[in-house]
Design a protein around this ligand. Structure first.
Ligand code: UT7
Length: 329
């Protein structure tokens, strides 16, 4: 039993100006627009410039959400950034974002759970509001994955893009948060990881030469697990929220591969017109993909009070999760 309800009062998103098309990738990789389009559904993706880092993308998305909500940064009680491409190992990117926004002296922290970051973040942020700790929380999913891509590895370089999506959550009489289902399995991190400067094996010249700081993924196995876990998590969250599939107005999945999304929707028996897909514009933006898709959908004016939205993701960890949300006025 929660003390309060929570609702979303503002959304915003941002993608860097630089657009990288499949044809651009063809110029230095042994790949083709045809392969990328048919195997992933991806067309252009956006890559940050040398000067841009994750906190810059996050700040732009958050500023758009503040304008959308008609709020100032000082009216936000806490800033959370979901990212695995932080500006620095520490301090948290959220601290940079809060300062840039002008949310001065407010608590700020990161959540690092890869593509599931927005789902975990939405659960944590909703919990902070529903339990009475804070009245308003800014939650941002933001990534500069291009900075940790091996641009010569065609199996990953074509997949990832940069961007940010933000939501402002606020205490409310109505409760939008219906249920969450979260999970993780850390037994095989190497399926999708960047060893980076982690303490397991501190970075040295040999490690840098071996590109351990860049993304490595075992694609086909990750693909199968992504479909299975996102289907299971969606079923579980519907059960917890006492909903049936026919109640779902929008399914907003993590955008990792159009074929993953299609397979999941098929297993779940959710019609294509209820599934939000923007992978052809942005590629896989990890923790940013769901809030970017939500922001686009809300700003298109098609989300109505009472609509049931299922957010669902799978990614590095391995990690997965789903949240059932009833849109409030
Ligand atoms: O965001 C977190 C979760 N992420 C995911 O869930 C991603 C999951 N994985 C995937 O989306 C897919 O596995 C990929 C898109 C990464 C790869 O697609 P795939 O259909 O699983 O291809 P594959 O890895 O089985 O490779 C098939 C063939 C191979 O060639 P051979 O051995 O059959 O001659 C690859 O070398 O395609 C080749 N290939 C490429 N060819 C052209 C791999 N990447 C490329 C490429 N262009 N970019």
């Amino acid at each position: 039993m929660s003390l309060h309800g929570v609702k979303i009062v503002g959304v915003g998103h941002y993608a860097p100006a630089r657009v990288v098309t499949n044809h651009d990738l063809e110029t230095w990789l042994d790949t083709s627009d045809e392969w990328i389009t048919t195997r992933t559904g991806m067309k252009p993706r956006h890559w940050a410039s040398e000067e841009e880092a994750t906190s810059d993308l996050a700040t732009d998305a958050a500023s758009a959400a503040l304008v959308h909500a008609g709020l100032s940064a000082q009216e936000v009680d806490c800033v959370i950034v979901a990212t695995v491409t932080p500006d620095y190992d520490f301090p948290a990117t959220a601290c940079q974002v809060a300062s840039k926004l002008g949310a001065l002296d407010k608590p700020a922290f990161d959540i690092a759970i890869a593509c599931s970051g927005f789902i975990y973040g939405l659960t944590v942020a909703s919990g902070l509001i529903r339990s009475g700790v804070y009245r308003r929380v800014m939650l941002i999913g933001a990534e500069s994955l291009s900075k940790i891509l091996d641009k010569d590895d065609r199996s990953t370089a074509i997949l990832f893009g940069d961007g940010a999506g933000a939501v402002i959550l606020e205490r409310s009489e109505e409760d939008s948060f219906l249920a969450a289902d979260l999970g993780a399995d850390g037994s095989r991190p190497e399926l999708l990881y960047a060893q980076g400067s982690g303490a397991r094996k501190p970075l040295d010249h040999a490690a840098l030469d071996a590109k351990v700081h860049l993304i490595h993924m075992q694609g086909p196995e990750t693909f199968k697990l992504a479909v299975t876990k996102m289907v299971e998590s969606t079923d579980a969250v519907l059960g917890k929220a006492k909903l049936v599939k026919a109640d779902v107005t929008f399914l907003i999945p993590h955008q990792a591969n159009k074929r993953i999304i299609d397979a999941m929707a098929r297993y779940l028996d959710v019609p294509a017109d209820k599934v939000v897909v923007n992978i052809a514009e942005y590629g896989n933006t990890s923790a940013a993909s769901i809030p970017m898709a939500l922001s686009e959908t809300v700003r298109a004016g098609i989300v109505k009070p009472g609509d049931i939205i299922i957010f669902v993701a799978f990614g590095g960890g391995l990690s997965w999760g789903a949240v059932a949300w009833r849109w409030a006025a």
